[in-house]
Design a protein. Sequence first.
Length: 144
Amino acid sequence: MWFDQWAPFFDMDKTLAEVDRMLSNVGRPLELRSVPRGTFPAINIYDQGQATVLMAEIPGVKAEDMDVTVLGDTVTLKGRRNSEAANGNRYYRRERGSGDFTRTITLPDAVNPETVKAEYKDGVLAVRMEKAEETKPKKVEIRA
């Protein structure tokens, strides 16, 4: 029967990309994705109260081939992912890019660059950044 061959979620990614494309032509993109497909490295950013934490998936890159720079409310990740093509391999399919990468992210709050700590383990870069004093909430005393 026809429903044995119907897979409604098989091409969901293509459908979302097509809807994004059509609506962006109208001038009001729906932004079903937060970043374009293939953006490297993939990141998550979350708030830990007094700090902002950035987690980036950067498999296949050595720690010495990466740089993290923090300035005000932006963080920039730079690095180089080497290709296996130098070994003379013939590809049947290639989905992992190689070469230099740079990604600059605007953070929700300014951070204190003196407190930034970065750790790289199992292909995941974790960057913990204490918020700048001027962005932390301050309790105001009410005099009566």
